[in-house]
Ligand binder design. Structure first.
Ligand code: ATP
Ligand code: MG
Length: 180
């Protein structure tokens, strides 16, 4: 289920709408310090439902909105879209392409869309858990994450292994069912 396109608009340093195309194989993103490489992986995790501002290096979720620069006024909204190639129907949608969008307004309200239809965060989580990639999974290893895994408490490390083994998905489903 390849990620083929990432559209970032108003997220962190990306004040202008920017589309990044991922071709087959490995994509390398290079650039000087502070040029926005980590912001790209954060945009992906954010669109996948990341809810901890701290894990996106902010103190509140609104910090992901472009905060202005010497030459540009701050923006009042941020939007990120991930486009997946779904021709193998690995995601439970009939569409050949599945677009997942997250938006946040200055008020702090976030909303999510799948193929331009409004959905709940729960639907986003389910979509990615079913596909085996969630925003915490080892599919994305950020700067410092290796140290964090090595230094984590046994209980925390267990969660990482459960996720990699695909058990976490069933645990979450059980929890959802118990809460309903
Ligand atoms: P390094 O090579 O040091 O890891 P990097 O390419 O990963 O650098 P990032 O950490 O992605 O760089 O980008 C940091 C830049 O993003 C900083 O210049 C910071 O000011 C800018 N930035 C972060 N949040 C915002 C925001 N909300 N609004 C505007 N700019 C932001
Ligand atoms: Mg970085």
């Amino acid at each position: 289920m390849p990620l083929t396109e990432l559209i970032i608009d108003g997220f962190k340093s990306f004040a202008d709408k920017t589309t990044i195309h991922f071709d087959q194989g490995i994509t390398g993103i290079v650039g000087p310090n502070g040029s926005g490489k980590s912001n790209i992986t954060e945009a992906i995790r954010w669109a996948m439902g990341e809810s901890r501002a701290k894990s996106l290096r902010g103190s509140s979720m609104k910090d992901v909105i472009f905060a202005g620069s010497e030459l540009r006024k701050p923006l009042n909204r941020a939007e990120v879209t991930l486009v997946f190639d779904n021709h193998n129907h690995e995601l439970k949608f009939d569409n050949e392409k599945v677009a997942v969008t997250r938006r946040i307004l200055h008020s702090g309200d976030s909303d999510y869309l799948i193929n331009n239809q409004s959905v709940r965060l729960k639907d986003i989580r389910t979509l990615f858990l079913d596909s085996g990639i969630s925003q915490n999974s080892l599919a994305i290893i950020s700067q410092g994450r290796v140290d964090q895994i090595l230094n984590s408490r046994p209980e925390e490390r267990r969660i990482i292994f459960e996720e990699a083994a695909g058990v976490l998905h069933f645990k979450e489903q059980k929890e959802i069912a118990q809460n309903e």
